[in-house]
Design a protein around this ligand. Structure first.
Ligand code: TXA
Ligand code: MG
Length: 343
């Protein structure tokens, strides 16, 4: 199959919508990461997503809608807090988990009684969803287990020849996947940090519980709220180790541990300090938005069988840095060394 990459236009939106209505897969840009979309109400189309990604069947998909009001078409018992979140953050990088209506097929929700919905902040993708007239089920477009796709070229790399169409919306602005909040519990539960920060959620909700899968390694036998959170994720093929502490202490640690073939993933400001250790920058420590925007492109570069270990520098604190920490810690299977403890 030929994989076409089209720029956003009324014509490409119409083509994408036609493909979706026919049950085909279309890779779509969003403000977070590229999604691999299909008609979320068509079980055959949804099955194609799982096949193309090699995704475990127990991992449910997010339904993307064109307008916040469409939440009512697919969700039951919508609490007032969901409307407040929609008002504050949609269109935008927030996914809400709510009781699913009958119309949502079991394959989309992986058999759960709930469904995850999101209204993305990307005009071309909302236009496509509107034209298709169906909600679009879309996981991140990466092959299962690989770092997410933040450019059309990443999607092409993973799916060339296997999907008919990619809409190229340029590099994703946020760069990490949406924040997921479960509103079927009280207080609501943060299942995955992302572009909408815990601070922003708490401002609207008052209270928020943070799921244990956000902050610690979960083994395969544990029942988790967001099934996707238990899989090794976002990771290059090699071992990733987070090295915390000051730049100076981390550079000293490298002198003792770095082996030929290893790489250092660091902040732009640290490139000279790590110059002897094959450093790759993913953004500026002084502007954490550049770190979230650059993280997955860097992890994809490091997804190279010739690399030994990756030593990664991770931002501290809240805001978007919290989501970056979560993705990096998952890539590192929560392995963090603090050289200041061992000096
Ligand atoms: O930013 C995003 O959310 C991107 C773009 C394409 O919108 N999508 C994305 O999808 O990250 P995916 O499939 O890679 O991650 C969806 C996560 C998974 O961890 C899945 O387990 C969880 O959402 N999820 C989906 N439905 C759920 C539900 N009903 N209850 C709990 N978790 C759910
Ligand atoms: Mg994903």
């Amino acid at each position: 199959m030929e994989t076409r990459i089209l720029q956003p236009s009324d014509l490409s939106a119409a083509t994408a919508a036609e493909h979706l209505r026919a049950g085909a897969l279309v890779a779509l840009p969003t403000e977070t990461v590229y999604g691999l979309g299909a008609d979320g109400l068509n079980p055959d189309a949804v099955a194609r997503i799982f096949a193309a990604k090699g995704r475990p069947q127990d991992n449910p998909l997010i339904l993307h809608i064109a307008d916040p009001a469409q939440m009512e078409l697919f969700c039951n018992d919508i609490p007032e807090s969901a409307w407040r979140l929609a008002e504050a953050f949609w269109p935008g990088p927030l996914t809400m988990v709510l009781p699913a209506k009958e119309i949502v097929p079991k394959c989309t929700t992986a058999g759960l009684p709930t469904v995850a919905v999101r209204c993305p902040d990307c005009a071309i993708t909302r236009q496509i969803i509107r034209l298709a007239g169906v909600p679009v089920a879309a996981p991140s477009a990466n092959l299962s287990g690989k770092p997410s796709t933040t450019t059309a070229q990443h999607v092409y790399h993973d799916h060339a020849g296997n999907i008919p169409l990619i809409i190229d919306g340029g590099p994703c602005r946020v760069g990490v996947e949406s924040t997921i909040v479960d509103l079927t519990e009280n207080p609501p539960r943060l299942l995955r940090p992302g572009g909408i920060t815990p601070e922003q959620l708490t401002e609207v909700l008052g209270q928020l519980t943070v799921d244990k899968a956000v902050t610690a390694q979960i083994d395969n036998d544990t029942v988790v709220k967001a099934p996707g959170m238990k899989y090794r994720h976002y990771a290059p093929q090699c071992q990733v180790i987070i090295v915390s502490g000051s730049t100076q202490a981390a550079a000293k640690y490298m002198e003792n541990h770095f082996a030929p073939g290893d790489r250092v993933l660091c902040f732009e400001e640290e490139l000279s300090a790590f110059a002897p250790f094959a450093p790759l920058s993913y953004g500026c420590q002084a502007d954490t938005n550049t770190l979230s925007a650059g993280l997955f492109a860097a992890l994809r570069i490091l997804d190279d069988p010739s690399i030994g270990k990756v030593y990664a520098r991770c931002p501290e604190g809240g805001g978007i840095a919290y989501a970056v920490q979560n993705r990096l810690k998952k890539a590192a299977a929560f392995q963090v060394v603090n050289p200041e403890d061992t000096l």
